[in-house]
Design a protein around this ligand. Structure first.
Ligand SMILES: C[S@@+](CC[C@H](N)C(=O)[O-])C[C@H]1O[C@@H](n2cnc3c(N)ncnc32)[C@H](O)[C@@H]1O
Length: 344
């Protein structure tokens, strides 16, 4: 390596090559660790009222010098402001990083950190040895995961989904809807708020229903919960709509039987509304490409389909696709694919 530099030293000295783009990756990673540690120890909550880093460190029982450097680092990235010796929250931090805000993203950030530690750190090993199974007994879909999914939803996808659905006459005419793998229930809640005559069945694993879901929907008269495994338990029937958001990342052999069960649960002419990441363009859908790679590290069998392949699967499972709506943001390349049940 060094020999190579030495041999080509004239060329190196005269060149205007700049590796800043690569260097910026590690700065993003450093920032991510600073941010997730700050959330974990309560820096943003502690700064609801401006104070100095030493007051903050004392209040939270933290190391004074490292806390001061962390505050400087957070200020350098726009999460805090420094005025004199005091630090205060920026608007960004107040909106997304304080627990009392409805837009809080702290659990999602903690989940991202956990995913990096548990999955991404195994990529080189997986490339050499094949998928590295998660430790046995590890529950992916626990209450914390539901909370993180809820924060992900209110960060934009929920609002964009509701806007699209409100445009469809079928949504307003619908009386029964299944929110499959509905987790936290925020989509169910938004559906009943947008259609006053709609009843929603929120279906998820028992642990999820008894945990996060009940907290959101237990006082909603038009939302009932159903706990079970959607691969084998009864899904109910006579639905006008089945909504599935981020639940159908499955290999074709397990997806087909699930699509058949969904179809069975719908009324004639009922609509299946799917909201998922799709890979239609490697560059613009790069976060979906990375998500698909992440599935392969732990060999969970997760698949991110192109929207064309997903539509083909729907058509061959007895649906006709009636609308594909791009609701992507730069980090969430989601599409809503609506498909009508074809008459038996
Ligand atoms: C990625 S989360 C999506 C949550 C929600 N739909 C959203 O978009 O925010 C997937 C959900 O599917 C549920 N799920 C996964 N496998 C399931 C199964 N076999 N039966 C029922 N629910 C399941 C999980 O518990 C989890 O709540």
């Amino acid at each position: 390596m060094l020999e190579n530099i030495k041999q080509n030293f004239e060329q190196v000295l005269e060149s205007d090559q700049d590796a800043s783009d690569l260097r910026s990756l590690s700065i993003s990673l450093d920032t991510f660790y600073a941010l997730s540690s700050a959330i974990e120890v309560g820096i943003f909550q502690g700064l609801m009222q401006p104070k100095s880093s030493s007051e903050l460190a004392e209040e939270l029982g933290l190391h004074t010098e490292i806390t001061d450097k962390l505050c400087k680092a957070l200020a350098s990235r726009g999460y805090l402001f420094r005025g004199g010796s005091n630090y205060a929250l920026s608007d960004l931090a107040r909106t997304f990083l304080t627990e009392s805000s409805p837009f809080y993203q702290g659990s999602l950030i903690k989940l991202m950190q956990r995913t990096r530690a548990q999955r991404w750190s195994n990529l080189s090993r997986a490339l050499k040895e094949g998928p590295i199974a998660a430790p046995s007994g590890l529950q992916v879909f626990d209450e914390f995961f539901s909370l993180a999914m809820a924060e992900g939803a209110v960060g934009g996808p929920l609002q964009r989904t509701i806007r699209v659905l409100k445009e469809r006459p079928e949504f307003h005419k619908a009386r029964r809807c299944l929110d499959l793998g509905g987790s936290h229930g925020l989509y169910s809640l938004a559906f009943t708020r947008s259609n006053p005559e709609l009843e929603v069945v929120l279906f998820d694993l028992p642990k999820v229903i008894d945990g996060a879901a009940k907290k959101v929907v237990s006082d909603s008269e038009r939302i009932v919960t159903m706990a079970g495994d959607f691969n084998r338990d009864d899904l109910g029937k006579d639905y006008d709509l089945v909504f599935a958001s981020d639940v159908l990342y499955r290999q074709e052999e397990s997806l087909r039987p699930l699509l058949a069960r969904i179809r069975e649960s719908l009324k004639q002419d009922g609509l299946l509304i799917c909201k998922h990441f799709h890979i239609d363009d490697l560059i613009s859908d790069s976060s979906a490409v990375l998500f698909d790679l992440m599935f392969s590290i732990s060999g969970t069998g997760g698949v991110v389909y192109s929207s064309a392949d997903f539509c083909r699967l729907l058509v061959s499972s007895g649906f006709s696709v009636i609308q594909v709506e791009d609701i992507s943001s730069s980090v969430s390349p989601s599409k809503i694919i609506m498909a009508r049940k074809v008459q038996d």
